[in-house]
Design a protein around this ligand. Structure first.
Ligand code: COA
Ligand code: AMP
Length: 626
C-alpha cells in the first residue's frame, strides 16, 4: 500500500478506515459504533467499545509470549542506577500499585495527580491508574507550586503520587515542599499524598494524609484490569494556552490505544520486540505517548532515561544508551540535538559506540531547523524525520510515514499529513489557500482517534479555543504552508504560545505574572528566536510613573524581581531572563499590542509598520534599545 492510497482511504471513508484499524487491538468488546456525535455535537470514536489500556500494554503481551521480554529499561546517569523490568515484572508492579490506589478509595473516573521525576514509578503509576479506570494527570516536575496548584483545583484529584526529589544534573530538587506549598495554595485538598522516598533526599511527612509509598505497596494486593468504554478518559494533560489557565487536554482510552498502536508501525516502522526510545519527559505528551503507551501497546522495549542529552556526563550520553540497549529508533526535540551539536560538532563522541542498531532519528516538539537537520543527517549518516504534533492530538499530524512508504525528506518540512488528518491552509476568513501560500493550519473534522474531545470540565472553552474560528475545522494554532509537492512546512504558532527548549509555554501567562508587580503599568512578552532553545521569552515593560525607557539601578532591580516572579510561579523551565523597560508599548489605535511587529524587529527580520499604529515613536524607542 502506498502512502497516497492509505491516506486517501482514511479521508474518503474515515469510519471504514478506523473500523479496520480498531482490529489492531484486543478489545473486551469490539465497538459497534465507530464514530458518533455526542450531546455537545462533538465527534467521538468507539463509544461502545470496551477495553483496558493497561491490559493491552502489559497483560495482553504476557498472554501472548512476551512475559520474559524486557518492557522497560530505566537508565539514570544522575544516580548511577540501571534497572530493567520484563513484561511480567512490570505488570506485577503495576497491579500492586493499582491495588494501593484502590485501597485509598481510587476507582473508575477518579483523578490522580502524578508529580514524579523520570523514575520507574512514574510509568508504573500511570499504568496503574489505567488498570483501574482512574484518570491520571501527570504534572511535569519542572513546574513550580502555583502551576501544580492550578492543576489541583482543576482536576480535583483524590490522591497525589510523588517522590522525595528529582535530580537536575547534579542539583537535588526536593519535591515534597513543592507539593505541600501547592496544596496550601489550592482550594482543593487531595485526600492523600503518597511519597516515594529516594536516597538523595528524605521528605518530611507532614499532614495526616501523607503516606509512604513503599509501606503502602507492601500492604497492597494486586488489582485486576477494569473494562472501560472507548470514550472513557485515560488521562488529562495540561498544556499552555493563551491565558494563565492551562488547558486540561483529555485523552480517551479507545481512540488513543488504536492510534498509538497504528503509529508504531505506520510512522515509526517499529516491530513488536524492537527497542524504541523517546528522549523526553513523562510530563509532556511525547513522554505519555512514546515513552509509555505506544511502545508498550506494541510489545516493544521502552527506555526511561533520567538524564540530559549533555552534561550527564557528556554529549555522548544518547549514543551510549542507544548502543547499550540496541535502540532501533530515537525520538527527541531539536533542542536536544542542538545541545549535542554544540558540544560535539563532529560527532566524535558517537564514534566511540557501535550504533549499527540505530535506523532512524526522529524529531518533534518544535521545528527542526534545516542546519540541525543537515548536521544530524551528515554526522550520523541516518535518515532524519521531522514530524509535527501537539498535546491536543497525542500523535503526529504530519510525518514521513516511514512504515508505509519512505518518502524523501525535505529540510524544514514535516513531510505530509498522517492518515486521518485532513489538513487545509486557511486565510483569516477561512478561505482555502493554495500551495506556497502561508496561512492558518486547520484540520477538517472529524479529527482522527486519540485527539482531544474536550477540555477537562469546560466543553465551551474547547469549542471556543479550537472549533469556532473556522467552522467545520479544528484550528491548530500553528501557521504554515504546503509546497507544490504537497509537503507541509510548519512556520510557528499564530497565538501567544511559545516553544522554549521543546517546552510549550504561554507568553500570555508570563504577562499576567509580570503584570502583578506593583511597579508594572503594562507589559508584553514575546518569543524571540534563539539559536539553541528555538525561542526565548522576552519582556517589554512599562513601569508606573516613568515617561522614559529606563536603565537605572532601580529599573534593573525591577527586572530582576520580574525574572524571579516568573521563575517562582511557572518554574525554571520558563527561562524568562530578559526584559526591557520602555516608556510605552507599540500599539494600534484600537489598543492592540503589535506583538508580531515586535517579534520581527527583535529577530532582525523585515517588518512593515502598520498604518494603524498609534505612536510610531514607541517602535523607534525599542529599536534603539535592542
Ligand atoms: N525539574 C526541575 N527543573 C527543571 C526540569 C525538571 N524536570 N527540567 C528543566 N529544569 C530547569 C533546568 O535545570 C534549568 O534551570 P536553570 O535555569 O536553573 O539552569 C531550567 O529549567 C531551563 O531548562 P531547559 O530549558 O531545559 O535548559 P537546560 O539548559 O537545562 O537544558 C536541554 C537544555 C536541551 C538539555 C533540555 O532543554 C532538553 O533536553 N530539552 C528537550 C526537551 C524535551 O524533551 N521536550 C519534549 C518534547 S520532545
Ligand atoms: P506540545 O503541545 O508541547 O507538543 O507543543 C505543540 C507545538 O509545538 C505545536 O503547536 C508546534 O507549534 C510545535 N511543534 C511540535 N512539533 C513541531 C514540528 N515538528 N515542527 C514545528 N513545530 C512543532
Amino acid at each position: 500500500m502506498s502512502y497516497k492510497q492509505e491516506y486517501q482511504s482514511s479521508i474518503e471513508d474515515p469510519v471504514a478506515f478506523w473500523a479496520e484499524k480498531a482490529k489492531l487491538i484486543d478489545w473486551y468488546r469490539f465497538p459497534k459504533t465507530i464514530l458518533s456525535t455526542d450531546e455537545h455535537g462533538i465527534e467521538r470514536w468507539y463509544v461502545d467499545g470496551e477495553l483496558n489500556t493497561c491490559y493491552l500494554a502489559l497483560d495482553y503481551h504476557i498472554e501472548n509470549g512476551r512475559a520474559e521480554q524486557l518492557a522497560l529499561i530505566y537508565d539514570s546517569p544522575v544516580t548511577g542506577k540501571k534497572q530493567s523490568f520484563t513484561y511480567l515484572q512490570l505488570r506485577d508492579e503495576v497491579a500492586l500499585c493499582a491495588g494501593m490506589l484502590k485501597d485509598l478509595g481510587v476507582g473508575k473516573g477518579d483523578r490522580v495527580i502524578i508529580y514524579l521525576p523520570m523514575i520507574p514509578e512514574a510509568v508504573i503509576s500511570m499504568l496503574a491508574c489505567a488498570r483501574i479506570g482512574a484518570i491520571h494527570s501527570v504534572v511535569f516536575g519542572g513546574f513550580a507550586p502555583p502551576e501544580l496548584a492550578v492543576r489541583l483545583d482543576d482536576a480535583t484529584p483524590k490522591v497525589i503520587l510523588t517522590a522525595s526529589c528529582g535530580i537536575e544534573v547534579n542539583r537535588v530538587i526536593e519535591y515534597k515542599p513543592l507539593v505541600d506549598e501547592a496544596i496550601s495554595l489550592a482550594n482543593h485538598k487531595p485526600q492523600n499524598v503518597v511519597v516515594l522516598q529516594r536516597e538523595q533526599a528524605t521528605a518530611s511527612m507532614q499532614a495526616e494524609g501523607d503516606l509512604d509509598w513503599t509501606e503502602r505497596m507492601q500492604q497492597a494486593t494486586p488489582a485486576d484490569c477494569v473494562p472501560v468504554l472507548g470514550t472513557d478518559l485515560l488521562y488529562i494533560l495540561y498544556t499552555s494556552g493563551t491565558t494563565g489557565k492551562p488547558k486540561g487536554v483529555v485523552r480517551e482510552n479507545g481512540g488513543h490505544a488504536v492510534a498509538m498502536k497504528y503509529s508504531m508501525s505506520a510512522i515509526y516502522d517499529i516491530n513488536p520486540g524492537d527497542v524504541f526510545w523517546a528522549v523526553s519527559d513523562v510530563g509532556w505528551v511525547v513522554g505519555h505517548s512514546y515513552i509509555v503507551y505506544a511502545p508498550l501497546l506494541h510489545g516493544c522495549t521502552t527506555i526511561l532515561y533520567e538524564g540530559k542529552p549533555v552534561m550527564t556526563p557528556d554529549a555522548g550520553a544518547l549514543w551510549r544508551v542507544i548502543s547499550e540497549y540496541q535502540v532501533k529508533s530515537i525520538f527527541s526535540a531539536p533542542t536536544a540535538y542542538r545541545a549535542i551539536k554544540k558540544e560535539d560538532p563532529n560527532g566524535d563522541l558517537a564514534k566511540q559506540y557501535d550504533l549499527s542498531c540505530l535506523k532512524v532519528i526522529f524529531a518533534a516538539g518544535e521545528r527542526l531547523d534545516p542546519p540541525t537537520y543537515e548536521w544530524l543527517r551528515q554526522t550520523y549518516k541516518l535518515p532524519v524525520i521531522d514530524h509535527w504534533w501537539q498535546t491536543e492530538t497525542g500523535w503526529a499530524i504530519a510525518s514521513n510515514l516511514y512504515g508505509i512508504e519512505r518518502m524523501p525528506s525535505k529540510p524544514g518540512s514535516s513531510t505530509m499529513p498522517v492518515p486521518g488528518f485532513n489538513i487545509d491552509i486557511l486565510d483569516d476568513e477561512g478561505n482555502k489557500l493554495g500551495s506556497n501560500e502561508q496561512g492558518f493550519i486547520a484540520i477538517k473534522l472529524p479529527l482522527p482517534p486519540s485527539c482531544l474531545t474536550s477540555i477537562w470540565g469546560d466543553t465551551e472553552r474547547f469549542k471556543e479555543s479550537y472549533l469556532e474560528q473556522f467552522p467545520g475545522y479544528f484550528a491548530t494554532g500553528d501557521g504554515g504552508y504546503f509546497d507544490d509537492d504537497g509537503y507541509l512546512y510548519i512556520m510557528g504558532r499564530v497565538d501567544d504560545v511559545i516553544n522554549v527548549a521543546g517546552h510549550r509555554l504561554s507568553t500570555g501567562e508570563m504577562e499576567e505574572i509580570v503584570g502583578k508587580h506593583p511597579m508594572v503599568a503594562e507589559c508584553a512578552v514575546i518569543g524571540r528566536s534563539d539559536e539553541f532553545k528555538g525561542q526565548m521569552p522576552m519582556g517589554f515593560v512599562v513601569v508606573k510613573n516613568t515617561s522614559d525607557s529606563d536603565n537605572s539601578e532601580a529599573a534593573t532591580e525591577i527586572v530582576k524581581q520580574l525574572i524571579k516572579m516568573v521563575r517562582d510561579e511557572i518554574g525554571a523551565v520558563a527561562s524568562f531572563k530578559e526584559a526591557l523597560i520602555v516608556s510605552r508599548l507599540p500599539k494600534t489605535r484600537s489598543g492592540k499590542i503589535l506583538r508580531k511587529t515586535l517579534r520581527a524587529m527583535v529577530d532582525g527580520e523585515e517588518y512593515t509598520v502598520p498604518s494603524t499604529i498609534e505612536d510610531p515613536a514607541a517602535l523607534e524607542e525599542i529599536k534603539a534599545l535592542l
